[in-house]
Ligand binder design. Structure first.
Ligand code: BGC
Length: 279
C-alpha cells in the first residue's frame, strides 16, 4: 500500500478561537509551527516560542499575522525556570493574558540502553517533561488570576500537552523519550484532575508518525516510508496539519466537556496493526 493524500485542507473555521491568546512552545518547526499557524488561522493571537532558530520563528509570525491576528516570537528555553517565568510574564504584559497553552517543545536523543548517557536521559526529561511542567504551572497562574471570561471561552484556560503514541507504545532504543511521554500522560491527567474544578481543561494530543525533522530518517526515502506504513492502518504518514487540526479543536469550546483526555492522532498506529492478520 502506498501513502495516499495528506491532511485535509482548509478545514479550520476562521473565527473559532477569536479573541483568544495562545502560547505554543517549540513553534519554529514541525508540529509546533503548524499548530501555531493553525491557531492563528482560527483567529487566536499567538506567541511563537523558540529556543534556537529566530529566522524560522519570525517567518511563522509573519504567516500568522497575515490572517489579521497578532503574533510575536519569544525566545525561551522551556527547561529553564527563569526563562519560562519571564516568557509568560511578558506574554501577559504584551498580549493581556494567556487562554491556551500548547506545551509542545520536545526532542529526541536516541541511544541503545547501555549506550545512553545520563546527559541524553536528562536532556530529554528536562525538555519534554519538566518543560511542560514549568509552562503549565506558569500558564495556570494566569488562568487562575483571570478566571472565566464567558465572551472569550467557557473555560478559564486550556492546556494541551504534546505527547506521543509512545506514552503507550514501548520504544526500544528510545527509553528516555518513551519515559518522558509516559510522564506527560500522568502529569496531564493529574493536572486535569487538580484543575478541572477551576474550569481549566488539561488534555493531550498524542501524535503518531508525523513528517517532521525529528523522524526524517523514518519517512524521507520511499523504502523507509513503505516500512513505516506497515505500522499505520490509515495508509498515510501524518502531516503536521493533522496535529494542528486536533489542537485547534481541543482548544476550542467545541470540546468544552473534554477534560483529561489523550487524543491519539496517529492513523491507527495504536491499534496494534500487527494483529490485523496475526495473533
Ligand atoms: C516520535 C517520532 C516517531 C513517532 C512514531 C513520535 O513521538 O517523535 O520519531 O516517528 O513517534 O513512532
Amino acid at each position: 500500500m502506498s501513502s495516499a493524500g495528506g491532511a485535509p485542507q482548509n478545514v479550520i473555521p476562521a473565527h473559532l478561537l477569536r479573541g483568544q491568546k495562545a502560547l505554543v512552545t517549540g513553534a519554529n518547526s514541525g508540529i509546533g509551527m503548524a499548530t501555531a499557524i493553525g491557531l492563528g488561522r482560527a483567529g487566536a493571537d499567538v506567541v511563537v516560542n523558540y529556543v534556537a532558530g529566530r529566522d524560522e520563528a519570525e517567518k511563522v509570525v509573519e504567516e500568522i499575522t497575515s490572517f489579521g491576528v497578532r503574533a510575536a516570537a519569544y525566545e525561551a528555553d522551556v527547561s529553564d525556570e527563569d526563562q519560562v517565568v519571564a516568557m509568560t510574564q511578558r506574554m501577559v504584559e504584551e498580549f493581556g493574558t494567556i487562554d491556551i497553552l500548547v506545551a509542545n517543545a520536545g526532542l529526541q536523543r536516541d541511544a541503545q540502553f547501555t549506550e545512553m548517557t545520563l546527559a541524553q536521559w536528562q536532556k530529554v526529561l528536562d525538555v519534554n517533561l519538566t518543560g511542560q511542567f514549568l509552562c503549565a504551572r506558569e500558564a495556570t497562574k494566569e488562568f487562575l488570576r483571570r478566571g472565566v471570561v464567558p465572551e472569550v471561552s467557557s473555560a478559564a484556560g486550556k492546556i494541551i500537552c504534546m505527547s506521543s503514541v509512545h506514552q503507550l507504545i514501548p520504544w526500544a532504543g528510545h527509553v528516555n523519550y518513551a519515559s518522558s511521554k509516559g510522564g506527560v500522560a500522568m502529569m496531564m491527567q493529574t493536572l486535569a484532575q487538580e484543575l478541572a474544578p477551576k474550569r481549566i481543561r488539561v488534555n493531550a494530543v498524542a501524535p503518531g508518525a508525523i513528517k517532521t525533522p525529528i523522524n526524517r530518517d523514518a519517512w524521507s526515502t520511499p523504502e523507509a516510508e513503505q516500512e513505516l506504513l506497515q505500522l499505520i492502518p490509515y495508509g498515510r504518514v501524518g502531516d503536521t496539519q493533522d496535529i494542528a487540526h486536533a489542537v485547534v479543536a481541543l482548544a476550542s469550546d467545541l470540546m468544552d466537556y473534554v477534560v483529561g483526555t489523550t487524543l491519539y492522532v496517529d492513523g491507527g498506529m495504536t491499534l496494534f496493526p500487527g494483529f490485523a492478520t496475526g495473533g
